[in-house]
Design a binder for this molecule. Structure first.
Ligand code: C2O
Length: 358
């Protein structure tokens, strides 16, 4: 039986897990979505002829684009907190799905938490999450073609924290004060960051990062399971290590960026360093756009060998979101395997790591 988010979002409880010091984070853990109606979520149908939203590489974004993006985020931040499209609520989605807000009650296991990390649910859940986040931003600025940027950390031109996210002294809505202040540009992101800086020069760090990308995308991702992570189905307990097998990208550069950006002086590495708070940093969605882009590239570089999971338990796993019209909808993994069908794509950017076999 596939993992199935509850029909009844009012079954959501205060989140509890993955915290090293819950005292600090208690307020953040009240992360259930607002309940607007008691109707069951409807199955979501992808629009048939969508305008393709092209997600730009953050380091190449034009100033007009940045202004528009800032305007959209500001509009989201200006909504009342209890609005399903508000900045707070969008961030809370991550907490609810990752820190124990939902149970597996829908599939007969109310005693087990629902968790979308450390398994094959990682790529599809985050793809849907970004999908609605992007459409909501587009709606807020009245531009259905609006696309979020991606943090192009796999290309040397994008290996620093993108400039648009820095404090500009003018209340930049893309800035988040809860970040590691020692990792601002020109510091090069360490794709294998595990809590300690390497001290490598810029050039050397790039030389470490490229073969690391090759390993995560090719060498250690030769089959479906190694790239996507382990199976996770109804009845599996996410608190049991056996069911926590992350794929190469999730365990690698994905987690490294969370830790590298989060503030190590905060009890839980807030914001990016913990599931419950990651969604409060605008950079989260831009980081995840590139993670999502890796899924697409992984399939594109080997169309015969690199395949999405085909098990029904993966295809039919589902999550519940508020769409851009405030309708509660249920979305399935099977409908998110093709970005073009979802109405978006990524601006082309070279992948020099493909020639960096270690
Ligand atoms: Cu849901 Cu980057 O984590």
């Amino acid at each position: 039986i596939p993992i199935t988010a509850p029909d009844n979002i009012s079954d959501c409880v205060t989140a509890s897990s993955n915290l090293r010091n819950s005292a600090d984070a208690v307020r953040g853990l009240a992360c259930c979505p607002p309940v607007l109606s008691t109707d069951k979520p409807k199955d979501y149908v992808l629009p048939t002829n969508p305008v393709t939203r092209i997600r730009p590489a953050a380091q190449r974004a034009t100033s007009d684009y940045v202004a528009k993006y800032q305007q959209a985020i500001q509009a989201m931040k200006d909504l009342p907190d209890d609005h399903p499209h508000s900045w707070k609520q969008q961030g809370k989605i991550h907490c609810a799905y990752c820190n124990g807000g939902y149970s597996q009650g829908q599939t007969g296991h109310p005693e087990l938490q629902l968790q979308i990390h450390n398994s094959w649910l990682f790529f599809p859940f985050h793809r849907w999450y970004l999908y609605f986040y992007e459409k909501i931003l587009g709606k807020l600025i009245n531009d259905p073609s609006f696309a979020i940027p991606f943090w192009n950390w796999d290309n040397p031109t994008g290996m620093v924290l993108p400039g648009m996210f820095e404090d500009n002294g003018r209340n930049n809505p893309l800035f988040d004060p809860f970040r590691d202040a020692t990792h601002l540009p020109p510091t090069i992101f360490d794709i294998e960051y595990a809590g300690k800086d390497t001290g490598a020069s810029c050039i050397d760090q790039i030389g470490i990062n490229l073969p690391s990308m090759y390993r995560q995308m090719i060498t250690n991702a030769s089959d479906t399971t190694s790239f996507f992570g382990g199976e996770f189905v109804a009845g599996d307990d996410p608190l049991n290590k056996q069911f926590n097998v992350a794929g190469s990208i999730e365990a690698g550069v994905h987690t490294a960026a969370h830790r590298w950006v989060g503030n190590p002086r905060m009890a839980n590495g807030e914001d990016m360093g913990n599931f419950y708070s990651a969604g409060y940093d605008p950079l989260f969605y831009v980081h995840h756009a590139n993670v999502d882009r890796m899924w697409k590239i992984w399939k594109d570089v080997d169309r015969k060998g690199h395949k999405d999971p085909t098990a029904g338990d993966w295809l039919n796993a589902s999550y519940v979101f508020y769409d851009e019209n405030e309708n509660l909808v249920r979305v399935y993994n099977r409908d998110c395997v093709d970005v073009r069908k979802m109405g978006y794509d990524y601006e082309r950017s070279e992948i020099p790591w493909i020639r960096s076999r270690p």
